[in-house]
Design a protein around this ligand. Structure first.
Ligand SMILES: NC(=O)c1ccc[n+]([C@@H]2O[C@H](COP(=O)([O-])OP(=O)(O)OC[C@H]3O[C@@H](n4cnc5c(N)ncnc54)[C@H](OP(=O)(O)O)[C@@H]3O)[C@@H](O)[C@H]2O)c1
Length: 217
């Protein structure tokens, strides 16, 4: 992929890991946050291709946007980013609609509805942006070139815009995944809950080292 500007909305571990992946492959990255001071150390390590800015600066900077904020804040973060700065852009949506509640027997609680996913809510709120669900159901330590003994994990993606999905497929392949396009935005109803499934062995048995693979004939 030609070198691009990647605007990452989210200063948590996912934002930083994905930023590292894009820097590794020669892209320019800006991480967006409400408090730039907390990324001073990251900025120092990132070198000249890594920048830090507000959510609006970051969205304006990005040719491609990554949404990696707390699910409860995803709409607020996009509002701070500004609809105009998102217009026509691919948004890689790694966020999950995890409610602020303790898991029950290892099962996370969602604030979204099984028939109306978080990404559908975001796509409806920002109709000019091209949301593509990806990276939501893999732990951050396996997001960039994970080593599962030569087996490529599956990245399930979905979204309404074919070109945006092609762009995201290229990125996820670059990061070491095989891609399964599950269709339009409604498929996020199925992809978002994969994060629940991924986390169950972790919460129940402290097993966090796994990834999904779709076996096909
Ligand atoms: N952790 C994982 O391994 C993993 C894996 C797959 C998917 N995910 C998903 O990826 C997303 C990011 O996860 P994370 O663990 O990296 O970080 P996180 O702690 O869930 O989110 C941190 C980000 O959320 C922003 N935020 C929080 N409240 C906000 C508000 N009221 N308004 C605007 N922004 C707000 C923070 O902004 P500031 O920078 O301004 O503080 C920060 O950038 C989540 O949706 C998570 O479910 C996580």
């Amino acid at each position: 992929m030609k070198s691009k500007n990647i605007g990452i909305l989210g200063s948590g571990v996912v934002g930083k890991v994905l930023a590292g992946g894009f820097l590794k492959y020669g892209h320019r990255v800006m991480i967006g946050t409400r408090d730039v001071s907390k990324l001073a150390q990251w900025k120092e390590q990132a070198g000249e291709k890594g920048q830090v800015g507000s959510f609006a600066d970051t969205a304006a900077f990005g040719d491609i946007i990554v949404l990696a904020v707390n699910g409860t804040a995803s709409k607020a973060a996009l509002e701070l980013a500004g609809a105009g700065n998102l217009e026509g852009k691919t948004i890689i949506d790694a966020s999950n609609p995890i409610a602020e509640a303790e898991p029950v027997n290892g099962v996370l609680k969602f604030f979204s509805d099984i028939n109306y996913s978080l990404m559908e809510q975001l796509q409806a709120a920002f109709p000019g942006a091209h949301f593509v669900k990806a990276f939501n159901s893999i732990g951050n330590s396996f997001m960039i070139n994970p080593d599962f003994g030569g087996i490529k994990p599956t990245m399930f993606i979905c979204g309404n815009d074919g070109d945006a999905k092609k762009e995201v497929a290229e990125i996820t392949e670059m990061f070491g995944f095989e891609v399964e396009d599950m269709g339009a935005v409604e498929a996020a109803r199925a992809i978002e809950p994969l994060c629940m499934l991924w986390c169950i062995p972790g919460f129940r048995e402290k097993r966090w080292a796994h990834a999904f693979k779709l076996l096909k004939l």
